[in-house]
Design a protein around this ligand. Structure first.
Ligand SMILES: C[S@@+](CC[C@H](N)C(=O)[O-])C[C@H]1O[C@@H](n2cnc3c(N)ncnc32)[C@H](O)[C@@H]1O
Length: 392
């Protein structure tokens, strides 16, 4: 993650502009500041905090929608604007290095709002080094491959390879695969690959495979479409076998099959003489279409101002049966306005977002929650809480 460590220095003036970067405002808390940055068509936050007598300035994780290169440019502009003394950093911009193919890196909103194709769609969950994803995309140019991964270096690596190999049928998404399928149309996908997922033997609730994931997979798969798990973990194998047995759909189990392409992990397990299982389940029904409710606006009258609201917010997470809301931190911009960091939605996979409270207006900042049912329920509760007097 791009960051700089600098000698302690005073806050920059806002709003200001330097080297193509707008610095719109600073929001303060007792622990850290959030500096709002606009560059090209992206808005995001930088976090500034004190560390070992110096200042650490880094990209804010919740607004991490911007490509790393833009974050580096913003940090360079920050240094030029503030005149601060840099002690160390990792923001060198290597113009000679091959830039990853960013046009194939898609934000989740692309799949919620804009995505449509007549081509066959295949999804790979947790593609890691990307060997299998790249191989499939090259071998099947008439299909679209959506690669889901949460590990940023793997994403950068695969995007570079996409450029080197001139591949045009891959979309890479930095997103939790357990949430992604909720946005895909029913009966739209041909294959879902889950190859060597993290076993999570001690925390099975964190696994990608679950009853919910299989249900969603069978909904989005076309008839005869398949969900293909490949694993070397005996516990994951047993667990998934049991899950599949709960379905009337056809499923198959194969042991120690060689695929046309072998992943980095697979090579390692094979050298160790480990068994590898393929568990595949096939969709056999047409599933009803879904409509996504994307309205996350606030319809509130008589709202509290930021400083009043801040005092009123529940300190502990509110955990209901099927959703949660946690007002984690707040940052004051001026007495009447500020940002509130919220963790919301599903308890196992919470969605993090900022709420902007500005005089009479309340809205989500930078991005709106993705339209899951848990996020909608959480949103309704947030709306109630920010309504004047609702908590009294
Ligand atoms: C053990 S590696 C396997 C990588 C690759 N499939 C292979 O066979 O070499 C598991 C990968 O899944 C990714 N991953 C774990 N949980 C995920 C999730 N919920 N959504 C998307 N990717 C995930 C990890 O970052 C990691 O790269």
């Amino acid at each position: 993650m791009p960051h700089i460590i600098t000698k302690k220095h005073n806050a920059i003036e806002t709003p200001s502009f330097k080297d193509g970067v707008f610095f719109d405002f600073i929001a303060h808390s007792s622990k850290e500041d959030k500096i709002c940055v606009r560059i090209e068509d992206k808005t995001f936050l930088l976090t500034k905090l004190e560390k070992n007598g110096n200042h650490l300035i880094k990209l804010d994780v919740t607004t991490k929608v911007a490509p790393i290169l833009l974050a580096k440019k913003a940090l360079h502009a920050y240094v030029a604007l503030s005149g601060c003394e840099v002690i160390s950093s990792n923001i060198a911009i290597h113009s000679t290095r091959l830039e990853p193919q960013k046009e194939y890196l898609k934000d989740i909103s692309y799949f919620v709002n804009d995505f449509s194709t007549t081509k066959d769609i295949c999804v790979e969950v947790g593609f890691g080094s990307g060997r299998h994803l790249l191989y499939q995309a090259k071998a099947n140019k008439d299909k679209i491959y959506i690669g889901l991964e949460i590990h940023t270096p793997s994403i950068e690596q695969v995007l570079k390879q996409v450029r080197i190999d001139n591949i045009e049928n891959i979309f890479v998404v930095n997103y939790d695969a357990r949430l992604f399928l909720e946005f895909m149309a029913s009966n739209s996908i041909s294959q879902i690959f889950v190859h060597f997922p993290v076993p999570w033997d001690k925390k099975p609730h964190r696994r990608v495979m679950s009853k919910e994931f299989i249900d969603e997979s069978l909904r989005v798969l076309k008839i005869d479409g398949s969900l293909e798990l490949r694993t070397d973990s005996p516990l994951y194998y047993e667990y998934s076998k049991e899950l599949y047995e709960g379905y009337s759909e056809k499923s198959t189990i194969l042991k120690n099959q060689n695929l046309e392409v072998s992943s980095k992990y697979e090579d390692r397990w094979k050298r160790m003489g480990k068994d590898i299982w393929d568990l595949t389940i096939y969709a056999d029904k047409q599933s009803p279409a879904i409509t996504l409710d994307k309205d996350f606006s606030f319809n509130i009258e008589n709202k509290l101002l930021f400083n009043e609201l801040q005092a009123l917010l529940p300190k502990k997470p509110i955990v209901e049966d099927d959703f949660m809301v946690h007002f984690t931190y707040s940052f004051e911009i001026a007495p009447k306005s500020g940002l509130i960091h919220i963790s919301m939605g599903s308890f196992n996979k919470p969605f993090c977002v900022y709420l902007m409270v500005e005089n009479e207006k309340v809205s989500y900042f930078v991005s709106t929650p993705v339209p899951t049912s848990a996020n909608h329920k959480a949103h309704k509760l947030i709306e109630k809480i920010v309504k004047n007097g609702e908590l009294q």
